[in-house]
Design a protein around this ligand. Structure first.
Ligand SMILES: Nc1ncnc2c1ncn2[C@@H]1O[C@H](COP(=O)(O)OP(=O)(O)O)[C@@H](O)[C@H]1O
Ligand SMILES: [Mg+2]
Length: 275
């Protein structure tokens, strides 16, 4: 089908709270073409994770559409959704919380292969080992449990697990935010490589405009559930129209977050390095 691979129209998500309904996302829309990459940026609490959860249907939007290849997932019943779920996968922020502490890496990555119908354990292990190798984890480590890996390695396991479902869209929600700057840059470089190789499509979510600008064609800036700016990354970064976006840009280049280095330079320095 032609047209964007992922299109979100007028998305609204409300949470039921003690004080009534709280509108966390209020009429957000965007589209991403195949092998494209969109960044969603904004400060903590603006609704980014809520959008991510709506995209992968961890929650059901109040209204609006989430079109994957033209099919609306927004209120699709679970039975019809199940075979589609693998096509849009999420990489989470917390590489500790999102991995089962008792499960060896090779099994964590093998789980989604079961859902894909790979019945033979040996075959699952082979494929899981291949995916772990692809994200830079040596074969000698694949039977280790999460606690035996560094934060950066754990995040690589999370990425390998997401890839095991053979997704078309990867939603990365603060996927590198828990990592220190150089490890963060290595993981971003890996995501960029995967996109170039496999034609993966990304929705990349971060509170740090500097980080996502390196991996996205387009940026959508959010504030309090709404879009305040949306355009090509270069344009938004070079000439932010909104004072809010300028503030985010300044924060991204703040010495405490980037130590004054341009994200581009951090990425370049990390290429070829291992974590
Ligand atoms: N389950 C929930 N119930 C009620 N309010 C929520 C829930 N989850 C998130 N929120 C609120 O919705 C807003 C957006 O949250 P979130 O999407 O997590 O923002 P972000 O990821 O940008 O930090 C915040 O004000 C948050 O407190
Ligand atoms: Mg969040």
């Amino acid at each position: 089908m032609s047209g964007p691979l992922l299109e979100v129209r007028d998305l609204v998500v409300e949470y039921a709270t003690a004080g009534g309904r709280f509108r966390a996302v209020d009429g957000v829309g965007f589209s991403v073409g195949r092998a494209g990459s969109l960044a969603i940026v904004g400060e903590s609490g603006c609704g980014k994770s809520t959008i991510a959860r709506a995209l992968v249907r961890l929650l059901t939007p109040t209204s609006g559409e989430v079109l994957l290849d033209g099919q609306d997932l927004a209120r699709m019943p679970e039975r019809r959704l199940r075979p589609i779920r693998s096509r849009i996968q999420m990489v989470f922020q917390d590489p500790y919380g999102s991995l089962d502490p008792r499960m060896p890496a090779v099994d964590t990555v093998g789980e989604p292969l079961k859902l894909r119908g790979v019945r033979s354990r040996a075959e699952r292990e082979r494929e899981a080992a291949r995916l772990l190798d692809r994200v830079g984890l040596p074969a000698s480590t694949i039977r280790r449990r999460p606690a035996e890996f560094s934060g950066g390695q754990r995040q690589r396991i999370g990425i390998a697990r997401a890839l095991a479902g053979r997704p078309e869209v990867l939603v990365c929600d603060e996927a590198t935010s828990a990592l220190d700057v150089s490890v963060q840059a290595q993981v971003l470089a890996l995501l960029n490589e995967l996109r170039a190789e496999g034609g993966l499509t990304y929705v990349f979510i971060s509170h740090n405009l500097g980080v996502v600008s390196e991996v996205s064609d387009e940026v959508l800036v959010m504030r309090a559930g709404r879009t305040v700016e949306h355009g090509p990354t270069g344009t938004v970064l070079a000439a932010p129209r909104e004072p809010y976006t300028r503030a985010l840009r300044a924060a991204a280049l703040d010495p405490t977050t980037m130590r004054g280095r341009k994200p581009r330079d951090v990425l370049a320095a990390a290429k070829g390095a291992t974590s």
